[in-house]
Design a protein around this ligand. Structure first.
Ligand SMILES: [Ca+2]
Length: 298
């Protein structure tokens, strides 16, 4: 593994054999320290992670495409995005943090919230998916999820799962769930029972911290927590076939807090539009989906 060219004492040491170090969940000490140190640490931290991630990758075979912005839309700068999807002409977004957790329907053009459920503290809300007239939502550490009526946002069900909940998406048959690890759980939407897991690897090494998910025409796009990259994952093999680099978008946003990382991917399947944003970002971007990388034996 290639070390970044600078020293960042807050960055956990890389773990041999992994794409980059496994780190604890978002409330961890490194983030708190970094926040206190302000913008410089933020830049060093992200640069460190990105170089640690991209440097070994660049020397190998997985292609990296910079995100090309097609359009910009307003985004609530107090929306700590944990889930994002497009459904029937509107954005649906889930936000996290205790006291700021919610599920909302958002008008794309104005960024205005048109419908909303507040999720009261101490719950830390996480990702969402839509399944047959219901919004299915996760929580970070409560091992509890809920079902909400899509039309009136009424709570209509509850389910439980082991471990942490990070993000959800649907491939049309199952729900796919991330939990911060290198594995994506495949769930039966009717029961939320696990059917199988997809072990995600990049150049043969486990890819940890898989966060917000989006099923895009047969592939899985995933934010990787605390990095500027979206991984393009082959659901059949779990192999990362390409990276989309959001560095320029993060630079444009110039986040003031280290937690305000890229998170949130939504795909308008009919309009072929790809939307991305980040936690507390004031902008939601439509970006061009780069051509799908050729399948390779990675
Ligand atoms: Ca999504």
């Amino acid at each position: 593994m290639t070390e970044p060219s600078h020293t960042n004492p807050a960055r956990p040491e890389p773990v041999e054999g992994r794409v980059y170090a496994s780190v604890s969940a978002p409330a961890g000490a490194p983030c708190d320290k970094l926040r206190a140190n302000g913008k410089l640490w933020w830049r060093l931290f992200l640069a460190g992670w990105l170089s640690a991630l991209v440097a070994p990758v660049a020397a190998q075979t997985i292609p990296i495409e910079p995100a090309r912005v097609v359009a910009r839309f307003p985004h609530d700068p107090r929306a700590f995005t944990e889930g994002l999807l497009w459904h029937d002409g509107a954005l649906y977004e889930a936000t996290g943090e205790p006291g700021r957790s919610s599920i909302r329907k958002v008008d794309l053009a104005t960024g205005k919230v048109v419908q909303k459920i507040e999720i009261p503290p101490p719950t830390f809300g996480e990702g969402i998916a839509i399944w047959k007239g219901e919004i299915v939502s996760l929580t970070w550490k409560q091992q509890t999820g809920w079902r909400w009526n899509l039309k009136d946002f009424r709570k209509i069900g509850e389910f439980h799962y082991p471990g942490e909940g990070w993000a959800l998406t649907s491939d049309g048959t199952h729900l796919l769930m991330s939990d911060g690890s290198d594995e994506i759980r495949v769930l039966d939407p009717a029961t939320m029972k696990e059917v199988r897991r997809i072990a995600v690897t990049a150049d043969g090494r486990p890819l940890d911290n898989i966060n917000e998910l989006e099923w895009v025409d047969g592939e899985i796009l995933a934010n990787v927590w605390m990095t500027n990259v979206i991984a393009r994952i082959d659901p059949a093999t779990g192999k990362v076939t390409g990276w989309i680099d959001l560095s320029a978008l993060t630079a444009e946003i110039d986040p003031k807090n280290v937690d305000d990382v890229p998170n949130g991917i939504a795909w308008d399947a009919r309009g072929k539009r790809l939307f991305v944003t980040g936690k507390d970002w004031p902008t939601l971007f439509e970006i061009k989906l780069p051509p799908r990388p050729a399948a390779a034996a990675r």
